[in-house]
Design a protein around this ligand. Structure first.
Ligand code: NAD
Length: 261
C-alpha cells in the first residue's frame, strides 16, 4: 500500500493540529507540507508530525491531496492553487460568502473537492437516517431536534442541529425555514402538524450530543449521536482525503463517500 501525501492548510489551528496528530499516528498517510498563516508567530516545527511550518502555497506541489481547516479567504486561495496544480482538496472551513463559494465552485471544475460543514462520520450517517425516518413516518409524525453542548458555546441551536432538522424537513418534503420552531415559551398554543422544534441544553464540558425525536400516537423513535472527542472531525476529514484521491473533478459531500458507489 503506497503512502498518501497530505498537505495541511491551517496547520497551526485547532483542527490543523488534530489533522497533524491523527495523520502522524498512521503509516498510510504522510504530511507533505504544513501551511500556516503569513501572520504565524508560533513554533516553526509543528509537532507531533515534526513538519516545518510554511506560508508558501507553492509547497502544495507534490501532495496527493490537500486538507484545509483555516479561514474563508485561505480556503479560497488554496482551492485556486490546488486547481492550478490539479490536487484534490478536502475542506471544512466555514463562513464563506456567496462570492467566495462561486470561486470555490469554479475551482471544483478542475479538481475533486469535498466540502463538509461537519466531518463526523456518525453525524453524516445520522443525517441520512433522520431523512429516511422522516420520510418513512410521513405526515403523521412530530419531529423535534435536541442538542447539548459545553457551557462555552455561544450560538444556538448548533449548526449540526440545523443540519439534522434540514434532513428531517427534506424527508417530509418541507422547507425548514417555513416550519422551524426555534424555541417555545409561555402560552404557545398546540403544536402544529409540520413544525420541527429545537431543544437546547448548555453545560459543563459536553462535546456534542444530538437526538432527533419522531413522535406519533403510540410510539416514539429517538436517533442519537454523542461525540466524546473532537478528533472525530479530523479522522472523518482524513478518511475523506484518502477517498477523494483519483476521483474526477467536481463537488463532493460526505454522503458521496459514505453512500456513493
Ligand atoms: P483555528 O482558529 O484554531 O485555526 C484556523 C487556523 O487557520 C489558524 O491557525 C489561522 O492562523 C490559520 N490561517 C488563517 N489564514 C491562513 C492562511 N492564509 N493560510 C494558512 N493558515 C491560515 O480554527 P479551527 O477550530 O481549527 O477551525 C478552522 C475552520 O474549520 C473554521 O472555519 C471552523 O469553523 C471549521 N471547522 C469545521 C469542522 C468540520 O467538521 N467541518 C470542525 C471544526 C472546525
Amino acid at each position: 500500500m503506497s503512502t498518501i501525501r497530505i498537505a495541511v492548510i491551517g496547520a497551526a489551528g485547532r483542527m490543523g493540529s488534530s489533522i497533524l496528530e491523527n495523520a502522524a499516528a498512521r503509516d498510510d498517510l504522510e504530511i507533505s507540507t504544513a501551511i500556516v498563516s503569513p501572520d504565524h508567530s508560533g513554533d516553526s516545527i509543528l509537532s507531533p508530525a515534526e513538519v516545518e511550518a510554511t506560508d508558501d502555497l507553492d509547497t502544495l506541489a507534490g501532495a496527493d491531496v490537500a486538507v484545509d481547516f483555516s479561514a474563508p479567504s485561505a480556503f479560497v486561495d488554496a482551492a485556486c492553487r490546488c486547481a492550478e496544480l490539479e490536487i484534490p482538496l478536502v475542506s471544512g472551513t466555514t463562513g464563506l460568502t456567496a462570492e467566495q463559494w462561486a470561486t470555490v465552485d469554479e475551482a471544483s471544475r478542475k479538481i475533486a473537492l469535498l466540502y463538509a460543514a461537519n466531518f463526523s462520520v456518525g453525524i453524516n450517517l445520522l443525517a441520512n437516517l433522520v431523512q429516511r425516518a422522516a420520510s418513512g413516518f410521513g405526515d403523521a409524525v412530530d419531529i423535534e431536534i435536541f442538542e447539548a453542548h459545553h457551557r462555552h458555546k455561544v450560538d444556538a441551536p448548533s449548526g449540526t442541529a440545523k443540519l439534522l432538522a434540514r434532513a428531517a424537513a427534506k424527508g417530509r418534503n418541507l422547507d425548514l425555514d417555513e416550519v422551524a420552531r426555534w424555541s417555545r415559551e409561555g402560552h404557545t398554543g398546540p403544536r402544529s402538524d409540520d413544525e420541527i422544534g429545537f431543544q437546547v441544553l448548555r453545560g459543563g464540558d459536553i462535546v456534542g450530543e444530538h437526538t432527533a425525536y419522531f413522535c406519533v400516537d403510540g410510539e416514539r423513535l429517538e436517533l442519537t449521536h454523542r461525540a466524546t472527542d473532537r478528533g472525530i472531525f479530523a479522522r472523518g476529514a482524513l478518511r475523506a482525503a484518502k477517498w477523494i484521491v483519483g476521483r474526477p473533478a467536481g463537488r463532493y459531500e460526505m454522503s458521496d463517500m459514505l453512500f456513493g458507489e
